[in-house]
Design a protein around this ligand. Structure first.
Ligand SMILES: NC(=O)c1ccc[n+]([C@@H]2O[C@H](COP(=O)([O-])OP(=O)(O)OC[C@H]3O[C@@H](n4cnc5c(N)ncnc54)[C@H](O)[C@@H]3O)[C@@H](O)[C@H]2O)c1
Ligand SMILES: [Mg+2]
Length: 327
């Protein structure tokens, strides 16, 4: 069983790699693949009852939509490869942003939904795929020209790179490494608010890695910069691709500071509030939704990022660790 699933995984990875390298094979794969649709970077969703689905369309369905607009199937070449099924059915993402949105929506009975909303309403297994598809489409949008020669760049069929034939430079999709750290003093954890956060929401500290910095250095620097604390020790938890503002690789860590030196000195340029929270407050906050956090006087009780965000995972891990210490 294990052998079989690892074999499937190897062959899945190899197949995707071949499609990235072989333009003609990838063009052929587009005819049998499935397509996730976007419109100006907003994914297409269908709502059935209270649930949202991300439909996968066939090449034939895409052609039917294009015919409505008297467009040719050449449009399919604008799609980017985003993955494949265990049965080697390739998945592509295609942005039809230049075509009238309402016509596509009424034809396919659904709607193009802002990614920020979409990620939180679709099934958990679909959100990483939507996020990476949108990031790749966005990268192509903003890398149409060579930054050295100013000449247009040409993409390969899979959309895994762009080349400037004048300079010979190959551009690959970029991600920015970002650390996200849940700081603890042993019995409390530190959460903060940026002015741009929704009202009442607190999250772990985060920050872009500087050029040349490693993860440990970035954690030490960000914690010092944002709340004026010295990290004693830190350990890696997990990572996540995050499409906001564009293609971040969130590297999530836990950090410990000395309980005797836990006085927060908040950087007001970056943060609006930063507090230590006890276990009970955290457990209460985890039960709240943005709506239930609102009080009669209009103020908000603290609530935390939803489970799709890696900040949520860090907070849950901290709770587990604290409760196991108490047991
Ligand atoms: N998934 C999660 O759970 C989660 C939680 C918190 C934050 N985040 C993400 O982490 C990202 C970074 O966190 P932050 O805002 O605290 O970072 P930050 O503390 O480094 O501050 C952001 C500032 O850094 C500068 N900056 C440096 N390099 C940058 C780059 N490559 N791209 C954009 N700005 C750059 C800009 O001036 C920007 O305003 C946010 O965009 C947010 O979406 C995700
Ligand atoms: Mg920050």
């Amino acid at each position: 069983m294990i052998l079989n699933s690892s074999f499937q995984f190897f062959s899945h990875c190899r197949y995707l790699n071949v499609l990235k390298e072989d333009d003609s094979l990838c063009r052929q794969a587009q005819t049998s693949g499935t397509f996730y649709l976007f419109h100006n970077l907003s994914p297409f969703l269908q709502k059935v009852g209270e649930k949202y689905f991300v439909p996968q369309l066939s090449a034939a369905e895409i052609k039917r939509i294009l015919e409505k607009f008297k467009e040719t199937e050449q449009w399919i070449e604008k799609s980017v490869l985003i993955g494949c099924s265990d049965e080697h059915i390739p998945h592509f993402a295609l942005d039809l942003g230049a075509l009238e949105k309402s016509v596509i929506e009424s034809q396919l009975k659904g709607s193009f939904t802002n990614l920020q909303k979409a990620l939180f309403v679709v099934d958990g297994k679909d959100s990483p795929l939507l996020a990476s598809a949108q990031s790749l489409l966005q990268w192509h949008n903003s890398h149409q020209y060579c930054s050295k020669t100013g000449q247009p760049t040409q993409r390969n069929t899979a959309g895994s790179k762009r080349v400037c034939h004048a300079s010979g430079i190959t551009y690959y999709p970029q991600m920015s490494p970002v650390i996200i750290t849940l700081v603890s003093d042993g019995s409390r954890c530190l959460l903060a608010r940026q002015p741009s956060f929704p009202q009442g929401m607190y999250s772990a500290l985060s920050g872009f890695c500087d050029m040349g910095e490693n993860v440990e250095e970035a954690v030490h620097r960000e914690v010092a910069e944002e709340v004026g604390l010295e990290v004693e020790s830190l350990w890696y938890s997990a990572s996540q691709h995050w499409p906001f503002p564009s293609s971040c690789l969130m590297i999530a860590c836990h950090a410990l500071v000395r309980a005797q030196q836990a006085e927060i000195s908040m950087n007001k340029l970056e943060l609006e509030e930063a507090h230590w929270f006890g276990l009970e407050e955290i457990m209460e906050g985890l039960k709240r939704q943005p709506r239930s956090a609102k009080q009669n006087d209009g103020s908000f009780l603290p609530w935390f990022p939803p489970k799709q965000a890696i900040a949520h995972q860090l907070i849950c891990e901290w709770v587990k660790q604290q409760t196991s210490q108490l047991a």
